[in-house]
Design a protein around this ligand. Sequence first.
Ligand code: DQA
Length: 144
Amino acid sequence: RMIHVLNGPNLNLLGQRQPEVYGHETLADVETRCTALADQLGLGLRFRQSNHEGQLVDWIHEARAEAAGIVINPAAYSHSSVAILDALNAYDGPVIEVHISNIHRRESFRHHSFVSARAEGVIAGCGTEGYLLALRRLASILGQ
Ligand code: DQA
């Protein structure tokens, strides 16, 4: 079964962008670790990143036909995007929301995520390991 991992804006700069907040690993490193774990769990993986809200909406629509579950780090769109929430509400499978940093100990505008209203689970502040935890959680939800 296939899992789609979707990453929002500025995460292409992971490793270079505010490393004191987001760490030194790149998004390619995260993809490599996710692929290895997905293999172990018997899951397929599609790992994507976009800086564009509409692209993320289109990818969530694709997931309707292709993905048994979604891991999403909507990045800044978490705090603003009703469109991404609506797209996820049109998706039937389990959704785990990931934030690398602990959004609750940062600026108050990061404390609310529209996506959390749809997510089965939310992982924040576990660094990039949050993606791996999310995959394990989806595997257990899916009985894998
Ligand atoms: C983030 C947290 C968001 O507030 C921020 O806009 C990001 C990344 C995280 O992974 O910690 O871009 O989603």
